[in-house]
Write a protein that binds this ligand. Structure first.
Ligand code: FE
Length: 364
C-alpha cells in the first residue's frame, strides 16, 4: 500500500460553504457505528474507504501513525491541517456537508471548546473503554485522549544540579534571576499551564507565580519550546519550562547540533511532592456530521491501541494513554512521575483569566 496517505493543506477559501451554525439539531445517531458484522469489501487492491481527519497537530509522527493504520486496514487517511480555531469554525460552517470525520488536536481546553461548539458527537466502544483510562477521556465521550504531554523544567546539566530544582514555584526565587526561559504567554501551552495553576492553587497564587517568573526571565519570551532548549545550550539561560517531547525530538534529530543540544539538557519533573507536574492532553473526537463513522472509530481504536500507542510514543515522544504501550528511550529514562490531577475542562474555563494574569504580570 503506497501513497494512500493524502495531505490536503487547508485553504480557507470556502466561498461555496455559506452555511452557518446548524442550530440545536441533535447529533446524528450512530448506531451503525460498529461495522464488525459488515462484509469486508476489500479486494486485492481495493481500498476500504477513507477517513478524513481535521487536525491541528503539527507533528510528523502523526503521518507515520496514519500510514501504519492504512497498511493495516486499507483505509485511506486524509489529513486536513489548520489551527484548531480555523478547523472548528470550518466544521461549523460546513455543517452536514463537512468532510470531517475526526477532529484531532492538542490541548484539553481546545478539545472542550470543540465539544461546546457542537462540532463533535460522542464516540464509544468497549475497545476504547478498555484502552483509554477514564481519566484521559471526556466524561461524555465527545473526545478521547491519545497522548499526554508534560510541561517540565529542562536544565543545563553543566550549570544546574537537579537537587537545586523542586517546583515551578521555586523558579520564582531570587536564585534564578536572569536564568529562566519560557515562550510567550500567547501560546496555548502556557495559557493551559497557568489555567491549571489557577484551578489548583487559586488566582492569587497563580498571579504571584507569573510575576515571579517574569522577574527571573533570562530574556523576553521568544520562539517556541525548542528555542528555549537551544537558548540553554547557547548559555542565554539555565532552565526552561517546556514540553518534554521536544527534548526527544532534538535527541532524535538528524542535525548533530540538535543532538548535542539534547545531550546537554536534563529533564526534571517538578512538584512531585505537591500538586504534580503539569500535563496536557492530545485528543481526538468524532465529527458531529461524520460520513464515515465506522472508519473513524477504527482509526481512533488504532491510535489508542497497543500498536498505535507504542508507535506514537516512539515517534512523537509524548506519553501514551494506554498502559499496554511499550515505551523506549528517552521516555524510559525519564521514568514515571506524578502528574497533576485535573479536569481538562479547566483549561478552557480559566484561559481568559490566565491571559489577563500574564498581561498584568508583564509577560511578553
Ligand atoms: Fe508542540
Amino acid at each position: 500500500m503506497k501513497g494512500l496517505l493524502i495531505f490536503i493543506f487547508i485553504s480557507i477559501v470556502c466561498a461555496a460553504c455559506s452555511i452557518t451554525g446548524t442550530g440545536g439539531e441533535p447529533p446524528r445517531a450512530h448506531s451503525e457505528q460498529n461495522g464488525a458484522d459488515k462484509p469486508d469489501t476489500r479486494q486485492s487492491d481495493a481500498k476500504n474507504g477513507s477517513v478524513t481527519v481535521y487536525t491541528a497537530r503539527h507533528y510528523e509522527a502523526d503521518s507515520v501513525l496514519f500510514e501504519a493504520f492504512t497498511e493495516r486496514t486499507g483505509i485511506e487517511v486524509i489529513e486536513i491541517k489548520g489551527t484548531a480555531e480555523e478547523l472548528v469554525a470550518r466544521m461549523k460552517r460546513e455543517g452536514e456537508r463537512t468532510d470531517a470525520d475526526l477532529f484531532f488536536t492538542v490541548d484539553g481546553g481546545v478539545l472542550n471548546f470543540a465539544k461546546r461548539e457542537n462540532v463533535l458527537q460522542p464516540l464509544r466502544s468497549d475497545t476504547l473503554d478498555n484502552q483509554v483510562p477514564a481519566r484521559w477521556r471526556d466524561p461524555d465521550y465527545y473526545w478521547t485522549g491519545v497522548a499526554t504531554r508534560a510541561r517540565v523544567i529542562v536544565y543545563a546539566k553543566d550549570r544546574v544540579k537537579p537537587e537545586e530544582l523542586s517546583t515551578y514555584e521555586s523558579l520564582t526565587d531570587e536564585k534564578w534571576k536572569g536564568r529562566v526561559l519560557i515562550r510567550s504567554y500567547s501560546n496555548l501551552y502556557n495559557q493551559s499551564m497557568l489555567a491549571s495553576f489557577i484551578a489548583l492553587n487559586g488566582e492569587e497564587k497563580a498571579e504571584q507565580w507569573a510575576r515571579g517568573i517574569a522577574n527571573n526571565f533570562a530574556r523576553a519570551p521568544e520562539g517556541g519550546d525548542r528555542d528555549q532548549a537551544k537558548a540553554i545550550a547557547d548559555g542565554i539561560g539555565d532552565v526552561a519550562i517546556m514540553n518534554t517531547y521536544y527534548v526527544g525530538q532534538l535527541a532524535a534529530s538528524k542535525d548533530p547540533e540538535e543532538v548535542r543540544t539534547a545531550e546537554s539538557l536534563g529533564v526534571f519533573f517538578p512538584n512531585q511532592e505537591t500538586t504534580g507536574t503539569h500535563i496536557n492532553i492530545s485528543g481526538i473526537g468524532l465529527a458531529r456530521y461524520s460520513h464515515n463513522p465506522d472508519n473513524a472509530l477504527k482509526l481512533v481504536e488504532y491510535l489508542t491501541g497497543k500498536e498505535g500507542q507504542t508507535l506514537l510514543a516512539k515517534e512523537s515522544f509524548e506519553f501514551p494513554v494506554n498502559e499496554a504501550a511499550e515505551v523506549t528511550e528517552p521516555l524510559k529514562s525519564w521514568g514515571s512521575f506524578k502528574a497533576q490531577r485535573l479536569d481538562f475542562s479547566v483549561m478552557e474555563k480559566y484561559r481568559e483569566k490566565a491571559v489577563a494574569i500574564f498581561k498584568r504580570a508583564g509577560w511578553a
